[in-house]
Design a protein around this ligand. Structure first.
Ligand SMILES: Cc1ncc(COP(=O)(O)O)c(C=O)c1O
Length: 415
C-alpha cells in the first residue's frame, strides 16, 4: 500500500518507481527493461544540462512558434452570458483560449516531440517510431524527423488512416513511412501495441517517441514535463492580462497530455478548479465511449497501471469516439491518481456535443477547433453560465480542425 498522499504537494510525483499512488509503474517485457532504464538515465541527465535546455527553448521559440497566445474569447463569453441571462442567471465566466492550435504542425503534440527528438539525438538513435490516433502526433514526429534527418516510422490504426486522411498524406510528404495497423479495433490502442512490438524487436537502434502521458515510466512524467510549457505560459500570461491566477482550467483527454501540460503547474494552487473532459461517444450508458475514468476500472495496459475500459474478465474493451485522438481505452496514470485523490474532476462530452461545439466556436470566434478540443469546449457550454462573470476560465485549444473537415463534412451532409 502506498503512503498517504500529502495534499500540499500534488506536483511532486511520480516516486522513484514511476508511480503516482497506485498508478503508473513499468510493466514491460524483460527485453525492454535495459532500454527503459537507458532512456530514464538520459532524460535525468538532459534535465540538468543547460545545453539541452537552451536547444529545447530555441526550438520551442523559433521552430514551434511559442509562446502560444492566451486569447480572450469575447463573443463566446457573451454567448454564454446571454444563455445564463435567458435562464434567469447573472453568471457567465470570462473565457480564455490557450491557442495550442497555432503551433507549427497544428497542435500541442509538437511540444513533446521536440523534447523527445532532441533526447533521441543525444542518445545517438537514428530510427524513430511513433504511434498516432488523430495523426497529429505522427505529423509532429515526421516533421521533427525531417528537420533533424532521422528515419521515421508511424503506426496508425487502419480506421484512423481512413478518417484522418489529410494527416496521412502530410506524414508521407514529410518523408515518414505510415504503417496501417489492421489488428483489434484498428485504432490508437492497436497502433501502440504494434509500436511496442517494433521497439522490442529493434531495441538497439530505435527510439520510441510516445505521443501522450501514458506508457511505462519515465514516459508519463517526461511527456508531462515537455507539455507543462502550456501551463507555465498560461500562468504568466494570465498574470499579465488579469493580474492573478485563473479560476478554472478545462482540457480534453485522450491519453491526457494536453490536459496534464495545462494542469500540472497549477496542481498546488487550491483555488484553481481543474476539469478533464473525456470522450463520452454515444453516451456512457451505451457502452460506446472512450471515458476510462468515468466508465472504467484500474488495470494494466501499455506498460502502466491506470484506469481502463475492461470487461468482467479484465479484457480491454473497444473504445469509441468521433475523435480519433480521444479513441483510447486508457488514460495517463497521473490523471488516474488525480481523479482518485480528488484534485481534478473528470467529466465527459458526447460525439454530438463535440460536433455542436465544433460548429459554435468556428462561427463565433473564427477558429475551427480539432474535434478533440471541441470536447473540452462542449463542457464549457455547461460550466461557464453557472460561474460568476469575474470567473476566469481557461480552455486548452489543443489543436486546429483542418484535419477533421472531411469527416465533419461527411457527417453533416448525411443529416
Ligand atoms: C488536437 C488533439 N488534442 C488532443 C488529443 C488527445 O491527446 P492528449 O490527451 O494526449 O492530449 C489529440 C490526440 O491526437 C489531438 O490531436
Amino acid at each position: 500500500m502506498n503512503a498517504p498522499h500529502n495534499p500540499n504537494t500534488y506536483r511532486s510525483g511520480p516516486d522513484e518507481n514511476g508511480r503516482f499512488g497506485m498508478f503508473g509503474g513499468r510493466f514491460v517485457a524483460e527485453t525492454l527493461m535495459p532500454l527503459i532504464l537507458e532512456l530514464e538515465q538520459a532524460y535525468e541527465a538532459a534535465k540538468i544540462d543547460p545545453v539541452y535546455h537552451a536547444e529545447t527553448a530555441y526550438g520551442l521559440r523559433h521552430y514551434v512558434g511559442r509562446p502560444s497566445p492566451l486569447y480572450y474569447a469575447e463573443r463566446l463569453t457573451e454567448h454564454f452570458r446571454d444563455k445564463a441571462a435567458a435562464s434567469g442567471l447573472s453568471g457567465g465566466a470570462k473565457i480564455y483560449l490557450k491557442r495550442e492550435e497555432l503551433n507549427h504542425t497544428g497542435s500541442h503534440k509538437v511540444n513533446n516531440v521536440l523534447g523527445q527528438i532532441l533526447l533521441a539525438r543525444r542518445m545517438g538513435k537514428k530510427r524513430i517510431i511513433a504511434e498516432t490516433g488523430a495523426g497529429q502526433h505522427g505529423v509532429a514526429t515526421a516533421t521533427l524527423c525531417a528537420r533533424y534527418g532521422l528515419e521515421c516510422i508511424v503506426y496508425m490504426g487502419a480506421v484512423d488512416v481512413a478518417r484522418q486522411a489529410p494527416n496521412v498524406f502530410r506524414m508521407q510528404m514529410l518523408g515518414a513511412t505510415v504503417i496501417p495497423v489492421e489488428s483489434g479495433t484498428k485504432t490508437l490502442k492497436d497502433a501502440m501495441n504494434e509500436a511496442l512490438r517494433d521497439w522490442v524487436t529493434n531495441v538497439a537502434t530505435t527510439f520510441y517517441c510516445i505521443g501522450t502521458v501514458a506508457g511505462p515510466h519515465p514516459y508519463p512524467a517526461m511527456v508531462r514535463d515537455f507539455q507543462s510549457i502550456i501551463g507555465r505560459e498560461t500562468r504568466e500570461q494570465m498574470q499579465e492580462l488579469e493580474g492573478r491566477l485563473p479560476d478554472s482550467l478545462i482540457a480534453c483527454i485522450g491519453g491526457g497530455s494536453n490536459a496534464m501540460g495545462l494542469f500540472h503547474p497549477f496542481l498546488d494552487d487550491p483555488s484553481v478548479e481543474i476539469y478533464g473532459v473525456e470522450a463520452a461517444g454515444h453516451g456512457i450508458p451505451s457502452g460506446l465511449h472512450a471515458a476510462s475514468l468515468t466508465g472504467g476500472a484500474p488495470g494494466v495496459l501499455h506498460g502502466n497501471r491506470t484506469y481502463l475500459l475492461m470487461d468482467a474478465d479484465g479484457q480491454i474493451k473497444d473504445a469509441h469516439s468521433i475523435s480519433a485522438g480521444l479513441d483510447y481505452p486508457g488514460i495517463g496514470p497521473e490523471h488516474s491518481w488525480l481523479h482518485d485523490v480528488g484534485r481534478a474532476k473528470y467529466i465527459s462530452a458526447t460525439d454530438e456535443e463535440a460536433l455542436e461545439a465544433f460548429q459554435l466556436i468556428s462561427k463565433l470566434e473564427g477558429i475551427i477547433p480539432a474535434l478533440e478540443s471541441a470536447h473540452a469546449l462542449a463542457r464549457v457550454a455547461e460550466l461557464a453560465p453557472k460561474k460568476p462573470q469575474d470567473h476566469l476560465m481557461v480552455v486548452n485549444l489543443s489543436g486546429r480542425g483542418d484535419k477533421d473537415i472531411p469527416q465533419v463534412a461527411e457527417i453533416l451532409a448525411a443529416r
